[in-house]
Design a protein around this ligand. Structure first.
Ligand code: GLA
Length: 399
């Protein structure tokens, strides 16, 4: 197989990025912020398209983060700016309603709106917020969850609400589903807030309980290569909603609240072959997460690398064949990674574009990346972008 020279990009160092956000705040608002908070993007290692069926997921936070430099003001005005575009918004905190704010500011305003139950009526909610989002946009790496979760950390600290991490996760989810109007399942916000450095996050979406799982690839000579396929997300929202509806139909037909309560044998009873395949993905994917977790409890990633890779591959194949959420770019990236010797590879996130991950030997990163790049060139696809994913700490204060 041919290979092509590639660059493995890295996220900006966290401290420098936080200092930059603080400096931009000063430029924008003319005074120093009270603090800088940030939240990371994520990759999902396994457990895809199961969160909205009470399933199990295993995400990790990545090095790319969204920063929020912010200060409280003695008013009820919320002023929002971002380094990434020219939008300058001045909102009345008391007048926030779903549908009233559009674009990225809806994710910030939505979090303030969703945190209302924790805000005493007499408290003024004025604040100035400068956003510096460094999670690649449209790459399926949860740039919007990172934005919501960075905003939630800042608002919590500025208003002294006393919310728990889980309450902030739920507020970020509500902001996305009820305020911004994207009906996603909670995986992304949980990963962004609750992930621990050096660990993957075992997430049970039935009650959003979590447990850190050791996932220190670097010390074992392994790495997780992210490929942003840069495939255009087309019809993403409609297709995502359609898959959710298929899963709900399957659960209803089986007489269970969600597919978490169904076994593979039950799925065979579903009459419609398409709905049966959708349910087959969800039920087998939840089982794969269980097996993945058991392997990690039984030994190191290195000791189990072949079996873990087989589960990653099976996850992708199920998303391609049963759930039908891949696009040619995702399949080509996965096939090329496997051809280049990856232990396992799969799409990550919602699909229909976005990114893939490959579990590889650390010293093979450039070779695997260049094999993928060559396969893309051969197909005439836009050149992909590559990152190495280190498991980082979830949302918190930087300065
Ligand atoms: C998107 C959604 C998540 C989850 C994944 C698929 O990332 O935001 O809630 O459903 O797709 O696993």
């Amino acid at each position: 197989m041919t290979s092509t020279a590639v660059a493995l990009s890295a996220a900006p160092a966290r401290e420098e990025a936080a200092a930059r956000a603080e400096a931009r705040f000063v430029e924008s608002f003319g005074y120093a912020p009270d603090g800088v908070w940030s939240a990371p993007g994520r990759v999902n290692i396994i457990g895809e398209h199961v969160d909205y069926q009470d399933g199990l997921c295993l995400p990790m936070a990545i090095s790319h983060r969204c920063f929020a430099a912010a200060a409280r003001t003695p008013t009820d005005r919320v002023r929002l700016r971002s380094v990434q575009d020219d939008v300058v918004l001045d909102l009345d905190a008391q007048q926030l309603e779903p549908g009233a704010v559009e674009g990225w500011p809806a994710y910030v305003a939505g979090v303030l709106w969703a945190l209302r139950p924790y805000i005493s009526g007499a408290v003024t909610q004025g604040m100035d917020i400068l956003i510096d989002g460094q999670v690649p946009l449209g790459a399926g790496l949860s740039s919007s969850a990172a934005l919501e979760c960075a905003a939630a950390e800042a608002i919590e600290a500025l208003l002294g609400l006393g919310t728990t991490r889980l309450q902030r996760v739920r507020a970020a989810i509500t902001a996305e589903t009820d305020f911004a109007g994207a009906s996603t399942g909670g995986l992304d916000q949980s990963a962004s807030v609750l992930s621990r450095a050096g660990h993957a996050l075992f997430l049970d979406c039935r009650d959003f309980s979590t447990r850190p799982v050791p996932w220190d690839l670097a010390s074992q000579g392994l790495a997780l290569l992210i490929t942003d396929t840069r495939a255009e997300h087309s019809h993403v929202d409609g297709e995502y909603t359609a898959r959710r509806a298929d899963s709900e139909r399957a659960a209803a037909e089986l007489g269970v609240a969600t597919l978490r309560d169904a076994a593979v044998a039950d799925v065979e009873r579903i009459a419609d072959p398409l709905v049966r395949r959708r349910a087959h993905h969800v039920v087998t994917e939840i089982q794969r997460v269980r097996e993945f977790d058991e392997l990690l409890a039984a030994g190191t990633v290195r000791e189990n690398v072949a079996a873990l890779g087989t589960l990653l591959n099976a996850s992708h194949d199920s998303l391609r064949d049963d759930y039908e959420v891949t696009v040619p770019q995702l399949d080509v990236a996965v096939d090329a990674a496997r051809d280049a010797g990856a232990h396992g590879a799969r799409m990550t996130g919602g699909g229909f574009g976005g990114s893939t991950i490959a579990l590889i030997e650390a010293d093979a990163a450039e070779q695997v990346a260049s094999t993928i790049a060559a396969a893309f060139a051969e197909q005439g696809f836009t050149a992909p972008q590559f990152f190495l994913a280190l498991p980082e700490e979830g949302a918190g204060q930087d300065r």
